[in-house]
Design a protein around this ligand. Structure first.
Ligand code: FDA
Length: 391
């Protein structure tokens, strides 16, 4: 005889633990199956070990999804304030780093311990080293095989995340399972990921390690934050942010001097005709970046000898310097996945599959992807609560 539960949650990550705790505290008999040796491994490494657990400004506009309205209901019913209240009720000290991003003062471990304590309050059983290999659905019940053991339940929650960082065991298991139940999957692609440069742009690799506050743009997405040059191309928060919107073949534009506008190079020429592009750019940018940009702009004379036309062209190029990335560093380096289980298949209120009563999908497995800065965990908490309260 297999063991029987009200609900089985697949994956003890952020979304799965939150969902299980909620359902357990409502009196449901819940089992969480986790293939790793311990729960919450991505939480543990997140935010450089301090877990950027939410963003105080999190709202639907901070997410990418096939349906931009899908996340509204869950995010409105469980907000960043709600999660912060939970964090504070456990006496976990926190701080805002920048742009509404909230981090633990201590360690990400505190967040995992808090979630496990919440699960314990709901008498949830969290079973690790239990890799789910097969799921069957018969007479309205789900039968799950995990590491040789069979368990059954009325409800099944897919919370196994996306394929980002396969080295940590991440896979597309959620998508396989969704397809098995006839649910559509939006083609997954790496997001919050460094972009790679080739061709002539490899020259920028020479300044690997240099960063500067810029405004990066891909299509309509625009992010004012730091960009970092790497030995493979471009990274840093502004680039990671636009990478989620970028598609192969598209340009990424960088405004290297967002604070300068108008004819500022012509003003510089009037003020100091002996100034050069290199000396002028070095006043505003790191030396190595200033030098490579000056070289590429090709204004080699002192400003007094340069034409206004040439200086205007340089100004424009610095405002919108276009790169044509030849790819990304892929799932191996992607913090999250864009795409996933199609939102059209799920109820936005409960995360339950419309075609398969009792089947739920939450967290990164779903086609809802947040910006960098605590938004992805907020989606994991909110979608976890939505399902945990419904199943
Ligand atoms: P998550 O991936 O957390 O959990 C899925 C679980 O399912 C895993 O434990 C996995 O082992 C398990 N599993 C998979 N297949 C299974 C199977 N077949 N059987 C059983 N179990 C299985 N976000 C943010 O908001 N702030 C931050 O600071 C960071 N930082 C960060 C750093 C790094 C390096 C990465 C890679 C990612 C982040 N993120 C982040 C993103 C964040 O980690 C991510 O959005 C959430 O962890 C998603 O939560 P889920 O619960 O959906 O999946």
């Amino acid at each position: 005889m297999s063991e029987s539960y009200d609900a089985i949650v697949l994956g003890a990550g952020a979304a799965g633990l939150m969902c299980a705790a909620r359902a357990g505290q409502r009196g449901k008999r819940v089992l969480v199956l986790e293939k790793a040796e311990k729960p919450g491994k991505k939480i543990l490494i997140s935010g450089g070990g301090r877990c950027n657990f939410t963003n105080i400004g999190a709202g639907p506009a901070n997410y990418l999804s096939g349906n931009p309205h899908f996340a509204k209901s869950a995010l409105a019913r469980y907000t960043s304030r709600d999660f912060l209240e939970l964090v504070e009720s456990y006496g976990i000290a926190w701080h805002e780093k920048t742009l509404g991003q909230l981090f633990c003062d201590g360690s990400s471990k505190q967040i995992v311990e808090m979630l496990l304590e919440e699960c314990a309050k709901g008498e949830v059983e969290v079973r690790c080293n239990a890799e789910v290999s097969a799921v069957e659905h018969e007479d309205g019940r789900f039968a799950v095989m995990a590491s040789g053991q069979a368990v059954t339940a009325d409800s099944l929650v897919i919370a196994t995340g996306g394929p980002s960082i396969p080295k940590m065991g991440a896979t597309g298991f959620a998508y396989d399972l969704a397809r098995q139940f006839g649910l559509k999957v939006v083609e997954p692609r790496p997001a919050l990921v460094p972009l790679t440069l080739g061709g002539e742009e490899v020259l920028f690799r020479e300044i690997s390690g240099v960063s500067a506050p810029v405004v990066a743009t891909a299509g309509k997405a625009r992010f004012p934050e730091a960009a970092l040059f790497t030995h493979r191309g471009l990274s840093g928060p502004s680039i990671l942010q636009v990478s989620s919107y970028w598609k192969p073949g598209e340009e990424v534009a960088i405004d290297f001097l967002p604070d300068r506008s108008g004819d500022w190079l012509l003003d510089a020429k009037r003020e100091n005709p002996r100034a050069t592009m290199r000396s002028t750019l070095r006043e505003a940018l790191p030396d190595r970046l200033a030098d490579i940009l000056a070289e590429k702009l090709g204004v080699e004379t002192e400003f007094g000898n340069a034409s206004d036309k040439a200086l205007r062209a340089a100004q424009e190029r610095l405002k919108r310097w276009t790169f044509l990335p030849n790819g990304t560093e892929g799932f191996a380096k992607a913090e999250v996945t864009v795409g996933g289980i199609a939102t059209g298949e799920l109820s936005s209120k409960t995360m339950e599959a419309k075609k398969v009563p009792g089947l739920y999908a939450i967290g990164e497995a779903v086609d809802v992807t947040g910006w960098l800065g605590g938004y992805n965990f907020q989606w994991a908490w909110a979608s976890g609560v939505a399902a945990g309260e419904a199943l």
